[in-house]
Design a protein around this ligand. Structure first.
Ligand code: F6R
Length: 612
């Protein structure tokens, strides 16, 4: 989730770019840079790893006077965080900053190298700079060169491009990544989010996917990338405060991140689903086909919410790839001298990639000869660095301490891993794989519908039960880890005591807790466990529990037997966790909000846990 800022006007660009980037810091970043057309007629680039103050120090030491420039904060997706991978990227007179992922980067790199491009970084962005440069060499002006280049790119991007030869303009474009334009007096701006521009103007223009624009001091002229046709995009007046804008108008980052999950899944699936061959592109998994066949056992190691994703992953690996799978709390795995070695695959699942227990457990497994695969959201973090390979989630930075969108993205990677292994081991036939791949591709829309369609009902229920002292979450099979996750979310942000239970365990003890004051949230999608879950639900009703069912659309038994039903669409069994978890995240959020707790920074918790 990189940040882009651009300015063409009569004020000095450097302070505006730095200020704009600072206002985008909430998006997360690991390096930053600016490019400025200097008054001396040069196009200069300065980049620095780490915090913006490092970039600022360099600019203070060697100022770049000039009024046209672009700036960028990078959240690594291709290539580790380093100065050479930081943006802007340069090719000849062309300078580019980019947010997003270019899907056809491998083919593009090969083609550019064939034409003699010297590519310095591991990034997909530098390829865009070289591609535009070749178009300029072919005689095109900047706008036409960018248009021609974009027509050869697949993927999600927002870009801003400068050319040394045309110092009075910035060319920008957008496809599936955010980019907003700002109109000032004698100045035009661009930014990947509203807060970057708010101190300078409130007159904004929102580009649509497939738009590009040329920004000059006078105006911004917008055209379609494919046809070149000029289009008018209405100017909007934004009256948000800066703080509201960072949260895109949501009250808390957590609520924003719950709503961002469809996008997180889309970005995580992008370039990985092979819909033509009903398969998954598995080069990031770091195993050969022979390795995939030879795996004896998988160990999934994780903590907290990531552990719940791992528990769901066990179902995928066992059902789809038919590999015996053990899920371990990383803190319990260590020091037990686990019997593990060559032939075992260890998958360390961690949003931050830095959790010390998961890191140490993965290290121990590696020392014992197991292959280690990291599933992490932060590129270049400690666990991927230690692992033999990293299969990243692309959820973008998660700011709320309670993990939501990273959890969903972890589920997606675990399912894709299982599909890839299942295809190679011959345990998943083409039809089965096609169903899963197509089902995954449809998920973002279904997730969006569930979040939007259930949030009001969930908020009403949260209001009704906000003072409950205890809440139970029940589920079987694939819904069991989701019940645990629902309880964890509620505990950590609302401080209400909550328990997740395997529904079948109820009668072995926890049923004693149920009375008319205890809401019981039962996950009951129509799956192979449904009938049994229904019996457990009746046991809870018989004890006067206040039962809320999370059920498949049209489930009459759920309507009849529960006080309230939250419906999710019918999907393949394997995909139900992606949908059932959404109302639980919303429930935790609204209870916490009604109670007035610090939703994004709950007491005693940290986003990255680097103590044992
Ligand atoms: C809960 C939560 C934590 C983390 C856990 C592991 O909402 O965020 O339980 O899941 O601390 O963190 P990562 O995934 O960074 O290893």
């Amino acid at each position: 989730m990189c940040g882009i800022v651009g300015h063409v006007g009569s004020e000095q660009a450097a302070p505006i770019l730095l200020d704009g980037l600072r206002r985008l810091e909430y998006r997360g970043y690991d390096s930053a840079g600016v490019a400025i057309h200097t008054d001396g007629g040069e196009l200069k680039v300065v980049r620095a790893v780490g915090k913006l103050r490092n970039l600022e120090a360099q600019l203070n030491a060697s100022p770049l006077p000039g009024t046209v420039g672009i700036g960028h904060t990078r959240w690594a997706t291709h290539g580790r965080p380093s100065e050479v991978n930081a943006h802007p990227h340069v090719a000849g007179p062309i300078v580019v900053v980019h947010n997003g992922i270019i899907e056809n980067h491998l083919a593009l790199r090969a083609r550019l190298e064939e034409r003699g491009a010297k590519i310095a970084s591991d990034t997909d962005t530098e390829l865009v700079a070289h591609l535009v440069h070749f178009k300029v060499k072919d005689g095109l002006d900047l706008e036409s060169a960018v248009r021609a280049a974009l027509r050869e790119l697949h993927g999600a991007y927002a870009i801003a491009v400068l050319s040394k030869n045309e110092p009075d303009r910035i060319v920008v474009a957008k496809s599936s990544s955010p980019l907003v334009l700002g109109l000032g007096d004698g100045a035009t701006y661009c930014g990947s989010d509203i807060p970057a521009l708010l101190p300078y103007t409130r007159r904004m223009v929102f580009l649509e996917d497939g738009d590009m624009a040329v920004l000059t001091r006078e105006d911004a002229s917008v055209t379609r990338i494919d046809t070149g046709e000029k289009v008018e995009r209405a100017e909007k007046h934004i009256d948000w405060s800066s703080v509201m804008a960072e949260k895109a108008g949501f009250k808390h980052f957590m609520l924003k991140e719950i709503h961002e999950q469809p996008r997180a899944i889309e970005d995580t699936l992008r370039g990985r689903l092979d819909r033509e061959n009903a398969d998954v592109h598995g080069h990031e998994i770091g195993l050969s086909d022979a390795d995939a066949k030879a795996i004896q056992r998988v160990y999934l190691l994780a903590c907290g919410t990531s552990h719940h994703a791992a528990m769901t992953g066990r179902y995928y690996l066992e059902q789809i790839a038919k590999i015996p799978t053990t899920v371990e709390l990383a803190s319990e795995f260590r020091g037990r001298d686990p019997i593990i070695g060559p032939g075992d695959l260890v998958v360390a699942v961690s949003q931050s990639g830095e959790t010390i227990d998961t890191l140490m457990a993965a290290r121990e497994a590696k020392e014992k000869g197991a292959k280690v695969l990291a599933i992490a959201n932060v590129i270049g973090s400690a666990i991927p660095r230690l692992a033999d390979a990293a299969f990243y989630t692309h959820a973008g930075p998660e700011i709320g301490v309670a993990s939501t969108k990273c959890f969903s993205a972890q589920l997606a990677n675990l399912l894709m891993l299982s599909i890839w292994l299942g295809r190679r081991r011959g345990t998943l036939d083409t039809n089965g794989a096609r169903e899963l791949v197509e089902g995954l591709a449809k998920l973002p829309v279904q997730m969006r519908d569930v979040v939007i369609g259930t949030r009001q009902l969930v908020a009403n229920l949260a209001k009704r039960y906000r003072d409950a002292r205890d809440v139970l979450f029940l589920g079987r099979g694939l819904s069991f880890p989701i019940a645990l996750e629902g309880a964890l979310k509620l505990k950590e942000i609302s401080y209400v005591h909550a328990e997740g239970y395997a529904a079948g365990e109820m009668k072995h003890g926890p049923i004693a807790l149920i009375d008319s004051a205890v809401p019981v949230i039962v996950l009951m999608p129509k799956d192979r466990w449904y009938d049994k879950t229904l019996s457990n639900l009746q046991e809870a009703m018989a004890r006067e529990g206040q039962v809320i069912g999370i059920a498949t659309e049209g489930d009459e038994a759920a309507q009849r037997l529960t006080q309230d039903v939250i419906e999710i669409p019918a999907v393949l069994e394997a995909l139900t966790p992606f949908l059932t978890v959404l109302p639980l995240q919303l429930y935790a959020y609204y209870v916490a909000d009604f109670k007035g707790t610090d939703v994004d920074q709950p007491r005693n918790l940290a986003k990255t846990v680097t103590v044992e």
